[in-house]
Design a binder for this molecule. Structure first.
Ligand code: NAD
Length: 421
């Protein structure tokens, strides 16, 4: 696998990953072929009336990768560079993420080629409602449950829920997750990804005898995922966060650590972490190489590569972001005995609480934030232990260990169900 992610076809990578894990778990060739093809793909071209009065035709996709373990689950992204192969790859990765967390779901993903930064709220609403009607025949609480992704949010989900409900004639909150709480969203969903990542770090530290109280942490990307994990890890695990960054650059204070609540307030006020009183500047590249106990990439893909992997000093790398480590870098980290908590585990708190949201919607019975967090803690801890045990059993890194569990569970469901007819 080459390292230049952008030039690489993501679906080819997703298929190669299946081949790699198939060897590790000695997977039957027929089942491997089933797992390398998306079950169902829908492409829709649909018109939207723009504010100018003109009509524009947009293209959108929904790919349902595999539903052997349950309804499919996965976000919808709005982006000018969405491609069908990207959506296919993302739907495969959702399949493995839901499976490794043992959620009763398959994986799916959707996308619309558009530039939301240059569209008005009204245009986005009309685009969303028309796209929702176009994919309505294949979504639903028992079939496929979308969620927010890049440039979509709880408002987008509210529009999809409403459109689907209008078509049905009654309210169907369970058709999407990531909704506002007022219409069937879940407590705890906003911070679920960061909270889940914090639990995974706690379990990994426990397993390798690393005390979290006073452990040093660096976080690349102080956004939704990164700021929550920094905040909760300092409050609940007693770690010392010594560096954080955003797209404009980073800050560090290795002696006293950073007061994360104050950094959050500073970022809210100024729009960046840089300039925080009492901290030194550090570049995003140097932040990765800090001598810390835990490094949390929480920004973009392909940050830890063959170029810098040998310079990583952290004992644990917790992937809050999707795809921050390249396959080449993975090998270097493994050789250097650095524990990687792979993205499909470390950032799966979000989809886990999405699952809780769907369960609450189906029951019409809503849980407290405490209930949600306790259940998340139990799912994250169990999944971490299963991944670490699997990695030990096969003598591989945690990522391959996680894929081994995920692929084996889906394969087993296929075997038990048999092939129709
Ligand atoms: P976000 O937009 O809230 O935050 C991203 C942060 O990264 C911002 O602070 C941004 O300034 C910073 N950033 C951008 N470019 C950077 C760079 N070159 N160097 C350092 N920082 C940079 O997004 P998010 O929701 O926190 O998502 C971050 C990552 O976590 C993504 O990979 C996303 O796929 C993954 N993730 C998020 C969730 C979730 O629920 N939010 C769930 C699963 C995975």
């Amino acid at each position: 696998m080459a390292e230049t992610g952008a030039q690489n076809n993501p679906f080819e990578i997703a298929k190669k990953q299946i081949d790699i894990v198939a060897k590790v778990i000695n997977l039957n060739d027929g089942i491997r072929e089933i797992l390398k093809a998306p079950k169902r793909e829908l492409t829709v071209n649909f018109p939207v009336r723009m504010d100018s009065g003109e009509y524009r035709v947009f293209t959108g996709y929904r790919v349902q990768y595999n539903m052997a373990r349950g309804p499919t689950k996965g976000g919808i992204r709005y982006h000018p560079q969405v491609t069908l192969d990207e959506v296919r790859a993302l739907s495969a990765w959702m399949t493995w993420k839901c499976s490794v967390m043992n959620l009763p779901y398959g994986g799916a993903k959707g996308g619309v080629i558009c530039d939301p930064k240059h569209m008005s709220k009204g245009e986005l609403e009309r685009l969303t409602r028309r796209f929702a009607s176009e994919i309505a025949p294949i979504i639903g609480p028992e079939m496929d449950v979308p969620a927010p992704d890049v440039y979509t949010d709880s408002q987008t989900m509210a529009w999809i829920m409403d459109t689907y409900s209008m078509l049905k004639g009654y309210s169907v909150p369970g058709v999407v997750t990531g909704k506002p709480i007022a219409i069937g969203g879940s407590e705890g969903r906003g911070e679920a990804t960061g909270r889940g990542c914090m639990y995974a770090i706690r379990e990994a530290a426990k397993r390798q005898g690393l005390k979290t109280k006073g452990a040093t942490v660096a976080v690349q990307g102080f956004g939704n995922a990164g700021s929550v994990v920094a905040n909760l890890a300092s409050k609940e695990l007693g770690v010392k966060v010594v560096a954080v960054s955003d797209s404009r650059g980073g800050i560090m204070n290795t002696k006293d650590g950073l007061d994360i609540a104050k950094v959050e307030a500073h970022k809210q006020k100024t729009g960046q972490v840089e300039g925080f009183p009492g901290a030194q500047k550090i570049s995003n590249e140097d932040l990765l190489k800090l001598d810390v106990d835990v490094l949390i990439p929480a920004a973009l893909e392909n940050q830890i590569t063959s170029k810098n992997a040998s310079l990583i000093k952290a004992k644990i790398v917790a992937e809050a972001a999707n795809g921050p480590t390249t396959p080449e870098a993975d090998e270097v980290l493994f050789k250097n005995h650095i524990t990687v908590l792979p993205d499909i585990l470390a950032n799966a708190g979000g989809v886990t609480v999405s699952y809780f949201e769907w369960v609450q919607d189906l029951q019409g019975y809503f849980w407290t934030e405490k209930d949600v967090n306790e259940r998340l803690e139990s799912v994250m801890s169990a999944s971490y232990r299963a991944v670490a045990d699997s990695a030990e059993k096969y003598g591989v890194n945690n990522r391959t260990g996680a894929y081994a569990i995920a692929v084996e569970r889906v394969a087993n469901a296929i075997r038990l169900r048999g092939i129709y007819p």
